[in-house]
Design a protein around this ligand. Structure first.
Ligand code: SF4
Ligand code: SF4
Length: 354
C-alpha cells in the first residue's frame, strides 16, 4: 500500500534537498528507481535518521519516512543488517540499551543523589532518563535535571532497572524487539503504579506518548511550568548568545517547539537567536534510527555546527541526549569554540552557584 504511493511522486526533489543526510542518501533518485516496482530497497536507506523532513514537506503527501522504516523492516527480516545495527539490536535485547553496557552502568548517574526509587517508593512522576545516560556527559545533564526537579518540588522517582523505551529499535525496523520492550516496560509501569512520566529524551517521549499511549512530559515542559510558578528562581545571569536546535522527536514528531524556547527566554541576559533552519525545518543531528552508533562521512551534525557559527552564537542549546552527543562531537571535530548545552544545564547554571 505504502509502496504504491510512490507512483504519485512528481520528482520535484523537495524531499532530497531538505533531507538531513542528503549527501549520504539520494531519496528522490531512489524513488525514481523503484516507482511501479514491487520492492523498495537500497543499503543507503540505513543512513536515513527517520527525521521526517521529507515526509512533512512532500507536496504529494507521500509517507516517505514510514515507507523507509517499512523497507528497513523487510531488510531485517531477510538478514541484510549492517554490523553496527546488528550489535545495537543485540545489545538492546541483552542489556536494555544500545551501547553494549550492562545495567549497572546505566544507573551510575543517580549515585549519591538520594532520589526516590520507583521500585520501592511512592511518587507522582516517573523520571525516565533513557539510554543516553550511559554517557558521562548525558549523566551530568540527568543529575542537574534531577536537582532542578527537586527544587521545583516535583514528586518524582527513578527506576533502578530502567530498560530501553524502544523508540529507535522501531525506527530501525525491528518491530518484534520493540513489542518485547513495550511489553516489559508496560509490566514494570503497572507493577510500580506509574501514571505520569517525565522524559529527558524526546525519543522516549515519542515512544511513551505515541506508541504506549501514556501521560508523558518532556523535561522542558516541567521546567517551564516551574519557572512560571516561580518554583525555580534565577540567581545568576547567563551572558551568552544562544541558538536552539530542535530535536526531530520533540519538534516535528510532537509539535513541541515553544516550551524549550520559553525556558531559554526566561534566563537573565541570555540572547536567543534562530538558525535559518529551525522549528519544522531543522535538520536532524544525525543520531536517529540507530545512526547514533554509525559513522557517516557527511555528518549532519557538522553542517549544524556551521549553521550555528553563521549566526554567531556562543552556545547551541539542545533538549535531547542524542543531539548533545552528536553536536558536541561535531564541535570538537570542527575545533569550534561553540559550546553545546542542554536547556536544563543552562537553567541549572543560572540557578545554582558553581
Ligand atoms: S517531495 Fe514528494 S513528490 Fe517531490 S520528489 Fe520527493 S517524494 Fe516525490
Ligand atoms: S526521514 Fe529524514 S533522513 Fe530519512 S530520507 Fe527523509 S529527510 Fe532524509
Amino acid at each position: 500500500m505504502l509502496l504504491n504511493s510512490l507512483n504519485v511522486c512528481m520528482q520535484c526533489g523537495i524531499c532530497s534537498s531538505a533531507c538531513s543526510v542528503r549527501f549520504e542518501l539520494n531519496i528522490r533518485k531512489l524513488i525514481a528507481e523503484f516507482m511501479g516496482k514491487k520492492s523498495f530497497w537500497n543499503s543507503q536507506l540505513w543512513n536515513c535518521t527517520s527525521c521526517r523532513i521529507c515526509q512533512d514537506r512532500c507536496p504529494r503527501n507521500i509517507k516517505l519516512a514510514e515507507l523507509i522504516i517499512e523497507a528497513k523492516k523487510n531488510a531485517i527480516e531477510s538478514g541484510k543488517v549492517p554490523d553496527e545495527i546488528r550489535k545495537l539490536l543485540e545489545s538492546t535485547y541483552k542489556f536494555g540499551n544500545p551501547f553494549g553496557v550492562g545495567k549497572h552502568v546505566k544507573k551510575k548517574w543517580m549515585d549519591d543523589l538520594n532520589l526516590k526509587i520507583a521500585e520501592r517508593d511512592s511518587f507522582e512522576y516517573l523520571f525516565f532518563v533513557g539510554c543516553g545516560v550511559v554517557s558521562e556527559r548525558v549523566a551530568e545533564v540527568a543529575r542537574k535535571t534531577a536537582e532542578l526537579l527537586k527544587i521545583a518540588e516535583v514528586d518524582f522517582a527513578v527506576l533502578e532497572n530502567e530498560d530501553c523505551c524502544g523508540n529507535d529499535v522501531l525506527s530501525i525496523g525491528e518491530e518484534g524487539l520493540f513489542e518485547l520492550l513495550k511489553e516489559k516496560n508496560r509490566k514494570i509501569f503497572e507493577e510500580h503504579n506509574v501514571k505520569k512520566i517525565i522524559t529527558l529524551s524526546p525519543h522516549c517521549y515519542n515512544a511513551f506518548k505515541n506508541y504506549y499511549g501514556l501521560e508523558v512530559y518532556h523535561t522542558s515542559q516541567i521546567l517551564l511550568k516551574a519557572i512560571k510558578k516561580a518554583k525555580i528562581k534565577f540567581k545568576n545571569v547567563f551572558d551568552a548568545k544562544v541558538t536552539y536546535h530542535d530535536p526531530c522527536y520533540l519538534g516535528r514528531y510532537n509539535g513541541i517547539y515553544e516550551e524549550p524556547r520559553e525556558v531559554l527566554k526566561a534566563v537573565p541576559n541570555l540572547k536567543l537567536v534562530e538558525m535559518p533552519r529551525s522549528r519544522d525545518l531543522a535538520i536532524c543531528c544525525g543520531g536517529g534510527a540507530g545512526n547514533i552508533v554509525r559513522e557517516l562521512k557527511n555528518r549532519p551534525s557538522n553542517f549544524r555546527i556551521n549553521e550555528a557559527a553563521i549566526v554567531g552564537v556562543d552556545v547551541v542549546a539542545v533538549s535531547c541526549p542524542f543531539c548533545l552527543m552528536m553536536l558536541e562531537d561535531a564541535a570538537k571535530l570542527n575545533k569550534s569554540k561553540i559550546q553545546i548545552k542542554d536547556v536544563a544545564e543552562i537553567i541549572y547554571d543560572s540557578v545554582f552557584d558553581s
